[in-house]
Design a binder for this molecule. Sequence first.
Ligand code: GLN
Length: 541
Amino acid sequence: MNKYIFVSGGVCSSLGKGVAASSLGALLEGRGLNVRLVKCDPYINVDAGTMSPYQHGEVYVTDDGAETDLDLGNYARFTRGPLSRANSVTTGQVYDAVIRKEREGRYLGRTVQVIPHITDEIKSRITAVAKEDPDTDVVIVEIGGTVGDIESIPFLEAARQMIHECGKSNAISVHLTLIPEVAGAELKTKPTQHSVKAMQETGIQPDVLICRAPAMLDEATRRKIAQFCNVETDAVFTSYNITTTIYEIPLIFYRQKLDQVVLRKMGVESRHADLKAWHSMMDHFNAQTGTVRIGIVGKYMELHDAYKSVYEALFHAGLANAVKVELVKIDSTPLEESSKAGGILEERTVDGILVPGGFGQRGINGMVNAASWARENKVPYFGICLGMQIMVIEWARKVLGWEDADSTEFNQDTRHPVISLMEEQEPVVNYGATMRLGKSESLAEPGTRILAAYGNRHIFERHRHRYEFSNNHRDKISGSGLKLTAFTPDGALVESVEWPDHPWGLGVQFHPEFKSRPTAAHPLFRDFIAAAKERANRTTK
Ligand code: GLN
């Protein structure tokens, strides 16, 4: 029988519940267990696809095309288990399913209620993740929100029922709280006591506490917390503030024996811990010398979470290249004035430019100007999704002289729609105007940088976009020198472009950032940072 670990949070949000759940997952994988992670989100949106990046940060996309909460990105970076639509459960999905069943008459005339119908639906979604793979040992369920929120009550109730039904050693509760420091430098345990009380009121007694604190808690404080909160002293852990990297957290928890205690509580015999990959990642971290500055030119620059996977992938690429990557966030709107763009970019002294994905018209011309500057000054450039479309628009405007070249997303009346909807591109009629989502194959052309990066012609990456490189303009654009370097296997769609006579200018229509890991940097990010590092070395000499 597989086990369940419910990870909840108290006191306030942003304590790093997702990273804690993922780190625990990494440690249990290190012990040879087959781990799955599930995120329960109390919001009523069915998925994160319709949410603005300002609301909830990046939309993470799974192989099967689910548009999920960015916590799934954490799971993907820390653990190896596959992620799909099933790993993200929202209140919206749960109610949607229950109401649909009710309309179909499947409740046989009964009154449909939160308990048991909503909670049953939540439970069946959680157990479905374990059932998907019979070899699953542990399912870690992260419950979004903070205990005490109205929204998360049904999820906590479902967790309580599962703990009751599965039995103590088959389902445990890990609760994250905050230990604040009050002026006078005293650490306060009261909020943690209240938070555990709130958990107990839901009927759940936490088995393990992870306390977010400014520094490692001493033995006496842990004992006090244990006594007040009804947990064992060795089950009180500290998630202290770190100056290194969040990827050290699995090792920090390991040193405190979190995995040993969790295994003991679940009655799993302790086995050898293999954390080689994490130790070697930290060796790489400590070996980093020098810095490359990467300019991210996008439109959601104020909010770090909006491009979370991109930033993380850049960090991983820094580990792979033994160099620190400094993120230089550049709002594209002020770059819209062509005469000023070059000056602004020079001033920021960047060694590479990355234009990430995005939707809508604001700031587009600024991105085009940034691409021109990178192409003309031979600055490494990496375009992701919208960033590749920008490369094509820039090329068409500057090299082919089609001044009005554009994507029909931004200008429907352009005479040169170099990026457009497939249905607008006669005679191809097979692709509708729905978003292309999830994993698909691309074939890399021989002699290209993209093939050099992957070392394999067959590339599998995830998409999330609506517009495509226009086949009506394919011949003219490639004839004028822009290299089209990867296509869908049927040749119908352009998946990647590269600048000729340039140190590293590459754009991809898919999202490689979703598959990068700290222990295995994504090849495209790795090569982009290698090129930026080469430029940095040259310019400082
Ligand atoms: N807005 C563009 C499209 O829909 C790009 C999307 C993206 O960058 N994810 O095609």
